[in-house]
Design a binder for this molecule. Structure first.
Ligand SMILES: CC(=O)SCCNC(=O)CCNC(=O)[C@H](O)C(C)(C)COP(=O)(O)OP(=O)(O)OC[C@H]1O[C@@H](n2cnc3c(N)ncnc32)[C@H](O)[C@@H]1OP(=O)(O)O
Ligand SMILES: CC(C)C(=O)C(=O)O
Length: 507
């Protein structure tokens, strides 16, 4: 079967920059333009609106000098206005060769914004197209608010298209400017137009106000559109445009008769770069590029991946230069832990695996985020906790830290079945805790080991806030030994290490 080629036009640098709060520098625009055209193999890109600012002029001029050298000028477009030649002048000076002329696709916009009649508008458009041609600038025409135009003034839309299809232009864009189309209507409106003007190249530009942009894009393709507008990460005015990443995946996976030539493996790195340049964070659950979309969290899913990849779909992370991950937390089962252990090259017996799983679930219950890098610490903590009998237990404590007063502790200790409570102050919270403990031991005519070193560290490479390890070195009867405690709070970790010390010396 001969595949139908659909042109992909990326407008991250024009509509994407209309995301509130986003502004690219000239250097950032050049880098993104280069990646879009050369790394991703996007057919065409729109890089700015004409006349916006001096900075935009510099940005467009820089991209056009590079494009001239590379022979890419016909793939780079600038949005222009029906403004008596001001935009054409701006384009000429910048070196841009393709204009996307913004015109009115609904009678409502024409009447209320431009305050013109269709005849006046068409005449000015014809003059602008002619002027562009004289200056060797190619024209595509945008019918702004076209989707509402089809609903409210279809006679105007068709009168306009009858005129436009006779003009020396390359493409006509049908935009869903306000994101109001549902898929069935996108199909109905577009197929009526492609049937009436079979020799014209129509593009479609979706907006995502109802989260229907990609669904509408699919219907537009079925209805005979020849090109699509997209943006990286779905950036754009209001709720944004059709995201490049999902559009590519949907076409590749569900439209076998359609050909696009986008390099999937580079989508993620380009998305991340755009995220960095814009400061506009990608939601973690955004399809294809979100941080969590290739992470299995539920224990049953991780288990199923071990059994004939039961929880895989066609969106394999490697397609997009990414990797599957297995989350650690409250909903983990043994399988999640084992998958992470495999990556670290570690193995545990079934009993230890159960204990480690239990500890991770406890941390998850406390809303802590546990990462793969935390695992060796959790393993060592769990394994050394069950090497001795727990005769002495810190039942409860209050640590008080305030401005202008010495830190203090109330400690409740279970000592051979007896509950003993004591208060003390200290130079810090842990010092106050140790002073209260010393008082209890003195009352029993016992001495505590001497603390000679106190070290705190977090698992290297860990991006989680879950864990901090406190390692304390003690000397008891001339013999040095270490105990460690693990918690999200370093003082609590030190108290856990101290409880271990109390039990070590009674073994
Ligand atoms: C659906 C979209 O995303 S459209 C995106 C279009 N791109 C932009 O708007 C880029 C950013 N815009 C700008 O920098 C500025 O708005 C400019 C330079 C275009 C114009 O700035 P200003 O002269 O200050 O006008 P302002 O922004 O207040 O209003 C827009 C003017 O454009 C007119 N206009 C609207 N559509 C068009 C059009 N297709 N062609 C020509 N003029 C138009 C409006 O009627 C209004 O004119 P008026 O001031 O005579 O009433
Ligand atoms: C400039 C036009 C195409 C636009 O962004 C829209 O109509 O949404």
């Amino acid at each position: 079967m001969e595949k139908r080629k659909i042109e992909i036009m990326d407008t991250t640098l024009r509509d994407g920059e209309q995301t509130s709060g986003v502004s690219f520098s000239a250097a950032e625009k050049l880098t993104i333009a280069q990646l879009l055209l050369e790394e991703l193999n996007i057919d065409r890109i729109e890089i700015a609106s004409a006349r916006v600012s001096e900075g935009e002029f510099q940005g467009v001029s820089g991209i056009m000098s590079w494009a001239e050298e590379k022979g890419y000028t016909s793939r780079i477009e600038v949005l222009t206005f029906v403004d008596g030649g001001l935009s054409i002048d701006w384009m000429k000076k910048s070196g841009a060769k393709v204009q996307n002329l913004l015109t009115k696709g609904s009678l409502n916009h024409l009447t209320h914004q431009l305050k013109k009649t269709p005849e006046q508008h068409f005449s000015e458009i014809a003059q602008t197209i002619a002027l562009a041609k004289e200056n060797n600038i190619e024209t595509n025409v945008y019918l702004e608010d076209w989707s509402n135009g089809m609903r409210n003034s279809p006679e105007y839309v068709f009168q306009y298209l009858d005129f436009l299809t006779q003009q020396p232009i390359k493409r006509i864009l049908l935009p869903d400017t306000l994101g109001v189309l549902i898929p069935s209507q996108a199909f109905e409106f577009i197929s009526t137009i492609t049937a009436k003007y079979p020799n014209t190249h129509f593009d479609f530009h979706a907006h995502n106000d109802y989260d229907l942009s990609v669904a509408n894009v699919m219907e537009a393709i079925k209805a005979g559109i020849k090109g699509l507008h997209v943006t990286v990460n779905g950036m754009g005015e209001r709720a944004g445009n059709a995201p490049l990443e999902s559009t590519v995946a949907v076409i590749n996976d569900f439209m076998p008769d359609v050909k696009i030539n986008i390099k999937e493996t580079s989508l993620y790195s380009v998305s991340k770069l755009v995220e960095t340049f814009t400061g506009y964070r990608i939601p973690a659950n955004k399809p294809i590029v979100g941080d969590n979309v290739f992470t299995q969290t539920a224990g049953i899913h991780a288990d199923g991946d071990n059994k004939n990849n039961l929880y895989f779909n066609d969106l394999l992370p490697e397609r997009f230069g990414r990797k599957r991950k297995y989350a650690l937390g409250k909903t983990s089962g043994k399988a999640n832990i084992e998958k992470n252990l495999q990556e670290l090259g570690l193995k545990l017996n079934q009993e230890d695996l159960k204990l480690v799983t239990q500890r991770i679930i406890e941390l998850g219950d406390k809303k802590e985020t546990v990462t793969k890098e935390d695992l060796p610490y959790i393993i060592s903590d769990v394994l050394d906790s069950h090497t001795y009998e727990e005769k002495i237990k810190i039942e409860s404590y209050i640590l008080v830290h305030s401005k202008g007063m010495r830190p203090s502790t109330t400690l409740c200790l279970k000592f051979d079945g007896e509950i003993i409570e004591e208060n003390a102050q200290g130079d810090g919270q842990f010092d106050a805790f140790m002073n209260a403990l010393t008082k209890i031991y003195k009352s029993k005519k016992l001495t505590l080991p001497k603390l000679i070193d106190y070290a705190v560290r977090i698992p290297p490479g860990s991006s989680s806030d879950a864990l901090c390890e406190t390692i304390i070195t003690w000397v008891n009867n001339g013999k040095e030994f270490k105990t460690r405690g693990l918690d999200s709070d370093q003082t609590v970790a030190a108290i856990i290490a101290t409880q271990k010390m109390l039990n070590v010396i009674t073994q």
